[in-house]
Design a protein around this ligand. Structure first.
Ligand SMILES: Nc1ncnc2c1ncn2[C@@H]1O[C@H](COP(=O)(O)OP(=O)(O)O)[C@@H](O)[C@H]1O
Ligand SMILES: [Mg+2]
Length: 152
């Protein structure tokens, strides 16, 4: 995603904060998980760009676009948790109810397919027996949280 994170004429670089904890190795489908991470990061970038609308380069620089990636072990030590947070536009209650739906998108034709989160949820829940959940506050930001069980 490097090319989408870097600065352009409208905004400075999107900061990526990596807060990686001590987590064990786990059995997974790495190619599919990679697809999930790309989907979540692409959505975060879209939300940040949406939140920049109407703001000058300087205004965005004063309150930088930021994506935070957190990995931790759950308290019961049975799950690996991966959180992708952004300080973008957030979403309404209405969108929150629907965002994992097949073909649900709020983006324009040619921009959104509405497939990313529905496929991501399938990969996490059906292929990995985990959970993909959302927390969001309109105008403040969003967190997508992945929990994957450690089977051993
Ligand atoms: N980080 C986010 N911030 C705000 N809204 C989001 C975020 N991630 C997803 N959404 C909302 O969920 C919808 C569905 O996402 P997704 O399934 O990836 O489809 P698409 O990105 O093609 O629209 C998006 O159109 C958007 O409205
Ligand atoms: Mg998407």
């Amino acid at each position: 995603m490097k090319h989408r994170l870097k600065a352009n004429e409208h905004r400075p670089v999107i900061e990526v904060v990596k807060n990686y904890g001590e987590i064990p190795q786990l059995e997974c489908f790495p190619g599919q998980l990679n697809q999930v991470f790309l989907n979540l990061i692409a959505n975060a970038i879209d939300a940040l760009e949406e939140s920049n609308k109407g703001l000058s380069f300087q205004q965005v620089e004063d309150n930088p676009n930021r994506i935070t990636i957190v990995t931790t072990l759950s308290e019961d030590r049975h799950h690996v948790l991966i959180q992708i947070q952004d300080n973008g536009m957030g979403m309404s209650e209405n969108v929150k109810q629907k965002l994992f739906g097949y073909l649900f998108t709020t983006k324009g034709v040619g921009k959104g397919t509405g497939l990313g989160l529905s496929i991501s949820r399938q990969i996490i829940e059906e292929k990995h027996g985990g959970q993909l959940t959302v927390t969001s506050e309109l105008g403040k930001g969003t967190e997508l949280a992945i929990a994957i069980p450690i089977l051993s």
